[in-house]
Ligand binder design. Structure first.
Ligand code: SF4
Length: 699
């Protein structure tokens, strides 16, 4: 059982990108979460996931010894750390020797701390010499990140702190169900309305969040891009654009305007199902307000046109002067615990620390200098997450995986599970025996959030310190210790410290001068200041007095000319539209008591009792057509596979659409059904829409 090191330790929740502050108190099995009202993001509020997070620290299902698959039995059996690490080092180096460095893959996660993401990227490129590294954050917010980059020249999910939301006049929330994904954040929307602001929610389902809206738009899944274009068309036609802002602070308006004018309201109504009067009302609410925001989440982003869709929403902000001004702008609500920091420090296929580009010679030279290697020795960009997983067993023969469970979370999951099974060698570092870890040749049991110190960067771009609060069980090591030991076994005794603060100090230097500059941030500052917003460069005197940057773009955007760029985009259909064989749309999402692939939350009794399994949500009209009965099984079948869950009949969903949450393996695994069609820019799979047929019974 874990021992609490101090009476009360301030730390942060292990789950979503809100990174709620909490205190941990107590000893041994009685570790309890105590409110931390002084932390500004959640002001003491927590959802059930955060409140119950200590349950996994002392859980019986927790891994506490390494496992190695024995040839004699074919089973994973206990091993010493020495044997397990040596087996991993041998497995990876054998592949590299026989097939070359790019035959070794590395897969990370958006839940890894900044230090781990940094060390994993460095390990892949310096120790293994492979270009084949990416992470599950590619499945999360990469379309918004790409759209941010091309419009603003910088990707930070929110360019303002959450506290600005209630001070805005109007918020359009697109494809986000905050009431279930990060409940403590809902109060920002409640306060917005209490202050006289208005809330527009765009979602094909009438979620608990949509129920709070002044206006709920329920477009057909896969048509958010057309909706945004239609709103821009109305804004132009009704003279609601801000010509002065367009002239002084943007470029590219002519092409974007022309593209929007091709999407007149009646056409948009036909595509989206959202009526012309509602379009006009939304524009009136958005433009009447003195300040306004658009916030998107996975709903519009997880599509084969997610980047263009986000660009269309950004265009609406820019054309109406709702960007680069106080309490106005576009923001993405990042999902995973370190979804923001995890995409900044080098575990992405095309990236070096500090959000530098791997194909930029100056970036390569800077980071190579910090790492003590030559720029030429660094591999180039590799494959994106789905493409990497799809290559397993092909030209990628071995995989080291940390902080991810793609057997449940990848699209076309049965196919990806088959690719993973076909690997020559798989090593997984995890806290529990996830569905992916269960397929491994070696499983390394690692420490959890409260047992280790490290930084995360929340959805606001606020760098936080998760402090160690309890002692890990004997037999468990941190991911950093694992990477340090493996690096040593593979001939790199130096350069891979296991101490998180030492790694962070190196990360600071590697990020210096980059877009995500952390060089002025220290552990001490974070602890004293409730987090520090990047960019926060060192001021050149060594005094580290830069205050950090809570609000971006107020003076200029991060493009070379300081102007935000309109991107001309047009509507296109989803990669897979309904037809006679697959006549219904499927969309997927989350429930409040589970998190991502459920590897952790499915093992917490209280959460499991609240949300024990998947379900198929459908409208009474569709239920009648199918003869579906509440609570009885329905099979949802696509060209890729099938998933089964009990019917949940509600008028809160469109009649042409069914919804399933994605947290479960087995026959309820909805990602067996989802479409891996990729966005051409972000390489984000199209999780949010595909064509299915729905039938009674298990299919
Ligand atoms: Fe806060 Fe998210 Fe943790 Fe819930 S899961 S307590 S919303 S950080």
């Amino acid at each position: 059982m874990p021992d609490v090191l101090d009476d009360t330790t301030p730390t942060h929740c292990p789950y979503c990108a809100l990174q709620c502050g909490m205190n941990l108190r107590g000893r041994a099995e009685a570790v309890e979460v105590v409110e931390r009202p002084d932390f500004p993001v959640n002001r003491g509020a927590l959802c059930g996931k955060g409140r119950t997070a200590p349950a996994l620290l002392s859980s019986r299902v927790r891994l506490t010894e390494p496992l190695v698959r024995r040839p004699a039995t074919g089973r994973l059996e206990p091993a010493t750390w020495e044997e397990a690490l040596r087996t991993v080092a041998t497995g990876l180096s054998r592949t590299r020797t026989v097939y070359g460095p790019d035959a070794v893959g590395v897969f990370g996660g958006g839940g890894l701390t900044n230090e781990k993401a940094y060390a994993l990227g460095k390990f892949a490129r310096v120790v293994l010499g492979t270009s084949q590294i990416d992470y599950n954050g590619r499945f999360c917010m990469s379309s918004a990140a790409a759209a941010h980059q091309r419009a603003f020249g910088l990707d930070r999910g929110l360019p303002f702190p959450l506290e600005d939301i209630p001070r805005s006049g109007c918020v359009i929330l697109v494809g986000s169900n905050l009431a279930e994904t990060m409940p403590p954040a809902l109060r920002y929307l409640t306060e917005l309305r209490e202050n006289g602001g208005t809330l527009i929610v765009v979602d094909p389902r009438r979620t608990r969040t949509a129920e709070q809206a002044d206006l709920h738009l329920a477009p057909r899944p896969g048509t958010d891009l057309a909706l945004a274009l239609g709103l821009l068309h109305v804004a132009v036609a009704e003279g609601r654009t801000d010509e002065e802002f367009i002239r002084d602070r943007t470029s590219g308006w002519g092409e974007a305007r022309a593209a929007a004018m091709a999407h007149w309201p009646e056409l948009v109504e036909r595509i989206t199902g959202v009526g012309v009067p509602e379009l006009r009302e939304a524009v009136r609410m958005f433009c009447d307000a003195e300040s306004a925001m658009v916030l998107t989440a996975r709903g519009p982003e997880q599509h084969s046109k997610g980047t263009d869709t986000v660009s269309a929403w950004i265009n609406l902000c820019l054309a109406t002067g709702r960007a680069g001004r106080p309490f106005s702008g576009y923001g993405c609500l990042t999902g995973q615990g370190n979804g923001q920091g995890g995409r900044e420090h080098g575990q992405k296929a095309d990236q070096l620390p500090g959000y530098r580009k791997l194909d930029d010679p100056a970036a390569r030279a800077h980071v190579a200098g910090v790492w003590g290697v030559t720029p030429e020795s660094l591999p180039g960009p590799g494959r994106s997450a789905y493409e990497l997983l799809d290559a397993l067993g092909g030209d990628v023969k071995s995989l080291l995986l940390m902080g991810s469970n793609p057997v449940v979370s990848a699209p076309r999951a049965a196919h990806i599970e088959g690719r993973i099974r076909s690997l020559d060698f798989l090593a997984v570092a995890d806290v529990v025996l996830s569905e992916t870890a269960a397929l491994a040749d070696v499983v390394l049991p690692v420490t959890q959030w409260a047992e280790e110190t490290g930084t995360t960067t929340n959805l606001e771009g606020r760098v936080l310190l998760r402090q160690k609060a309890v002692q890990a069980p004997p037999g468990v090591r941190s991911d950093l210790e694992v990477l340090s030991a493996l690096a040593g076994l593979l001939g790199h005794e130096k350069g891979f410290p296991a101490d998180p603060e030492e790694v962070f100090e190196e990360l600071r230097r590697a990020s210096a001068g980059g877009p995500a500059d952390y060089s002025g941030i220290t552990y001490r500052r974070i602890a004293e200041e409730d987090g520090v917003f990047w960019p926060c460069p060192e001021d050149g005197t060594g005094a580290r007095t830069h205050p950090g940057t809570p609000r971006l773009f107020l003076e200029r955007f991060a493009t070379p000319d300081g102007r935000a760029r309109f991107i001309a985009v047009g509507h296109r259909p989803a990669a897979e539209e309904p037809d006679a064989e697959y006549p219904v749309l499927l969309t997927t999402g989350r429930v409040v008591s589970q998190y991502q692939s459920g590897a952790q939350t499915r093992r917490v009794d209280e959460l499991n009792a609240a949300a024990p399994g998947p379900f198929v949500e459908l409208h009474p009209l569709l239920a009648e057509r199918l003869g579906a009965v509440e609570g009885e099984p329905l099979a949802v079948v696509s060209r890729r596979g099938r998933a089964v869950g009990p019917a949940r009949i509600t008028t809160g969903i469109r009649a042409d659409t069914v919804f399933m949450p994605f947290h479960w393996p087995g026959e309820g695994r909805v990602n067996s059904v989802t479409n891996p069609a990729l966005d051409p820019t972000s390489r984000m799979p199209e999780f949010k829409v595909c064509a299915v047929r729905v039938g009674r019974g298990p299919g």
